[in-house]
Design a binder for this molecule. Structure first.
Ligand SMILES: [Zn+2]
Length: 59
């Protein structure tokens, strides 16, 4: 399944938080948007879960 939700590609420089949009340009700063679907918003959380699983496996 594909999501149409896109996120401002320059939000780290121009906004304090991700700016989501359904169009190909950011409604706030007019920069290009990119598809936000594949990556979870907070990768550090997934990494923590991965470490947890490793720990559990080694015991
Ligand atoms: Zn923007």
């Amino acid at each position: 399944m594909k999501s149409d939700i896109r996120v401002c590609s320059a939000w780290r420089d121009r906004h304090e938080r991700p700016v989501y949009s359904l169009s190909s340009t950011c409604p706030v700063c007019d920069a290009d948007t990119e598809n936000s679907a594949p990556a979870p918003f907070d990768p550090t959380d997934a990494y923590g879960e991965y470490r947890r699983a490793l720990k559990r496996r080694s015991r």
